[in-house]
Every structure is written in structure tokens, then in C-alpha cells.
Design a binder for this molecule. Structure first.
Ligand code: TA6
Length: 296
């Protein structure tokens, strides 16, 4: 479904099965809702989110491109999430054996303004899809279309905000024993301990060279989010906790308890494309009943 707003097409809603749905806004190319077959919302969006430039929407799946974080010349997390995307009228073909049932194809190309701050030509094609079983699949295809032979490099993240019942009852599995950069300790490198990650204070860690599958277990809901990723070697885990939450105008003071960001990313090593080359970064999210009682 295409939903019109005051500035034309505002969002696209995908529906599948009895109650599964996904909503993607043309602003930011940002997924702002993913519901399961019971119509339950699985992503977190702040009650104080601002849905128009220059602020990025606080929640859903912001796209961080061409820069993750502040380690560069651009604004925090780059500008893709602060731009109005367009419907892609020349989308890539669907793979033959796809599980995709319904999808939206968006495209972002640089404006004159963008070219001034990041002087490269590119085509960023984003496919947001609902697969059988209500899985949410985001596929980014970024092609260097410079005509003067210049390569470019970028860092990238799907900055996903998962909705959780109570952050102090959430565990993350799949990142044990990995090295990470701790953003709270000057990006110093540490090694994670050997068991699941739990949360009792602000966390901002960039895990390096992670497996393609990460599980986020919500104890109260007996629900596990499974994040599968391709082309994205790193994973950022972030919760602002109370102090930082209070300092954020677009996040409710207590809302940090009901969100967790686990972000499929390419941060440690930037991705470099020569003209004509294309990179694909894919993330598939599913929400499944937790098969065992957690808390071990
Ligand atoms: O992914 C974590 C992070 O890099 C944190 O630094 C925090 O600032 C978060 O992104 C949100 O950034 P934003 O620019 O959306 O406020």
C-alpha cells in the first residue's frame, strides 16, 4: 500500500499472512514498523521521535551511510537517514529461490548539496521485504557511479531498534568471546567474556568479525529475535541507559528499558568500491518463540 502525505508519497506498507506488516518511510528509507502475525509491534520507535528533517527518526531501522558514527567529516551516521528517498522504478530482479512475498524498492542518489559534502556519485538501492513467516529482509545495494575513475569508501549500519519488554531481562547470544571496541572507553579494544551478554548499564560496543547470526532473547515475552546478516562483518550493541536517555530530547526518560539496538554493520574496515562496482549488505530479522526457558 502506498500512503500519501503532504509532500507526496510518505510511506509504503507491506502486508503478508494474517497480521504481518512492515512500514517503510520515504524519509530516510527508514523502516518504522514491523508487526508479527498477531499484529504485535516488534521494533521500537520513541514516543518523542521527530519524523522530519533535519532530525533522524529515533527508532525502527535508520540507515547509517556513508558513515557510521562520528569518525569522519560527515554528520553522525551520515546523511542517508536524513534524506527523502524515491521509489526505484528500475529495481534489481528478485532472486529465483526467494522467500520474499512482498517488497518495496527505494533508491537514493546524491543531490547537488550532498555532492558538496561527499563528492561521489552512487546509486543506493534499498529493498525492504516481508518473507514467508513474516521475516523482515533489508537489502542494500550500493554502486559507485563515479565517471572520473575515483573509488570511494564508506562505513555502514542498519541501526535496528528492537522492542523489548525489559532491557534488564534481555540476553544477546552469538557475540561471546569476540573482540569489540568499547565506545565508552575511548574505542579501546577488549575481548567479550564467554557467556551471553546481559544489560545493567549503558552499553556501546562495536563487535568485530561477528558470526552471521545473532540472537536477542526477550525473557518476559519468551521471544527471540534472530538477526542474520551478509556483507556486514561487525555488530554494534547500544543501550543509552538512564542518564543518556534523559539527555536525549527525542527519547522518553524511561524508554531505554524497552529498546535495544543490535546493528549489522561494516565499521572497523570501510568498504571500498571502484567505479562500476556494487556492494550488497543484507539483514534478515525473524521473531521466534524462545524454545527454552531463559535465565540459565
Ligand atoms: O549505535 C550507537 C550510536 O552510535 C550511539 O553513539 C548513539 O549516539 C546512537 O548511535 C544514536 O545516534 P543518533 O545520531 O541516532 O542519536
Amino acid at each position: 500500500e502506498r500512503c500519501m502525505g503532504v509532500n507526496g508519497l510518505e510511506k509504503i506498507v507491506l502486508r503478508e499472512g494474517r497480521g504481518s506488516s512492515v512500514e517503510v518511510k520515504l524519509y530516510g528509507g527508514q523502516v518504522t514498523s514491523w508487526k508479527n502475525d498477531h499484529g504485535e509491534e516488534l521494533l521500537f520507535v520513541s514516543s518523542k521521535a521527530i519524523f522530519k528533517p533535519p532530525k533522524a527518526i529515533r527508532g525502527g531501522i535508520p540507515i547509517c551511510f556513508p558513515q557510521f558514527g562520528m569518525h569522519g567529516t560527515l554528520e553522525q551516521h551520515g546523511f542517508a537517514r536524513n534524506r527523502f528517498w524515491s521509489v526505484d522504478n528500475n529495481p534489481p530482479p528478485l532472486p529465483a529461490n526467494t522467500s520474499i512475498k512482498t517488497f518495496a524498492d527505494l533508491i537514493l542518489k546524491p543531490s547537488e548539496e550532498d555532492f558538496k559534502i561527499w563528492p561521489h556519485s552512487y546509486e543506493f538501492r534499498l529493498r525492504v521485504a516481508l518473507g514467508s513467516g513474516g521475516n523482515l529482509i533489508s537489502t542494500s545495494r550500493i554502486r559507485n557511479t563515479n565517471t572520473d575513475g575515483r573509488p570511494f569508501s564508506f562505513t555502514f549500519a542498519y541501526h535496528t531498534y528492537f522492542s523489548v519488554s525489559d532491557i534488564s531481562e534481555v540476553r544477546v547470544e552469538g557475540l561471546e568471546t569476540l573482540d569489540y571496541l568499547d565506545n565508552l572507553k575511548g574505542m579501546e579494544r577488549f575481548t567479550e567474556q564467554g557467556d551471553a551478554i546481559v544489560f545493567e548499564s549503558e552499553v556501546h560496543k562495536i563487535y568485530l568479525g561477528t558470526p552471521s547470526k545473532i540472537a536477542i532473547i526477550d525473557h518476559e515475552k519468551k521471544r527471540t529475535f534472530v538477526l542474520r546478516k551478509d556483507g556486514l562483518p561487525d555488530a554494534v550493541v547500544w543501550n543509552p541507559w538512564d542518564k543518556r536517555a534523559k539527555a536525549m530530547a527525542d527519547l522518553g526518560d524511561e524508554e531505554y528499558k524497552h529498546m535495544l539496538c543490535v546493528e549489522a554493520a561494516a565499521v572497523e574496515k570501510a568498504i571500498t568500491l571502484k567505479p562500476g562496482e556494487e556492494w550488497t549488505g543484507r539483514q534478515e530479522l525473524s521473531a521466534v518463540p524462545s524454545s527454552y526457558c531463559s535465565g540459565q
